[in-house]
Design a protein around this ligand. Structure first.
Ligand SMILES: [Zn+2]
Length: 196
């Protein structure tokens, strides 16, 4: 058997609710690396895995986690039941519960290192969401910089336009070299006072 990856053993695995759809694949991979496979893996997910809200205790099964993961990967058109849809959106399904975490548990007995499997699952869940988050924050800071530069250019343009506007339209005197004196200026003395 290949050497399994390093993972800190964990006895109590808490997963952020928005990360729960990733827990199924992560747990399956961790169990596989711990030497659990085939029929035993299927049996575990059918009846030996639960995920429960740390605040109100509401729980979902291993196959619910499977449904969530299929939706996360967009591999099905089947509508999720309302409570799983709530989880997919990042909330505990129980009305009014504001918990952010579910506890993932392996309730069935088995010949594997339970705490290593939970620790490895936690690492995999974080690893799956990590790069995406990092990419998103890089993009957004880049975008912010670009927007900042654009705002600077926009402000400078506005300032120049404002100064030009003031110069052209609000100066009482015509601007030299731009507005030559009109050749048709009427001399007041030339107006015949009797011609009204
Ligand atoms: Zn809850």
């Amino acid at each position: 058997m290949p050497e399994r990856p390093h993972a800190e053993p964990v006895s109590d695995l808490r997963v952020l609710i928005p990360d729960l759809p990733k827990a199924h694949a992560a747990l399956a991979q961790a169990l596989g690396e711990a030497g659990v496979g085939g029929a035993e893996l299927e049996r575990l997910f059918a009846s030996g895995v639960t995920a429960g809200c740390v605040a109100c205790g509401l729980s979902v099964t291993g196959s619910d986690l499977g449904d969530l993961s299929l939706h996360d990967a967009e591999e099905t058109d089947r509508r999720l039941p309302e409570r799983l849809e709530r989880i997919r959106l990042g909330y505990c399904p129980r009305q009014g519960c504001e918990s952010r975490f579910f506890r993932v548990e392996l309730t069935a007995p088995g010949q594997f290192d339970r705490e290593w499997v939970l620790g490895r699952t936690r690492d995999l869940v974080r690893g799956v969401s990590g790069p995406r988050l990092r990419l998103a924050s890089t993009l957004s800071s880049d975008t912010t910089r670009r927007l900042g530069r654009l705002a600077g250019i926009g402000l400078a343009t506005l300032l120049v336009a404002f100064v030009a506007y003031r110069l052209v339209f609000f100066r009482s005197q015509p601007i030299p070299f731009i507005q030559p004196k009109s050749p048709y200026t009427i001399e007041p003395a030339s107006i015949d006072p009797h011609q009204r």
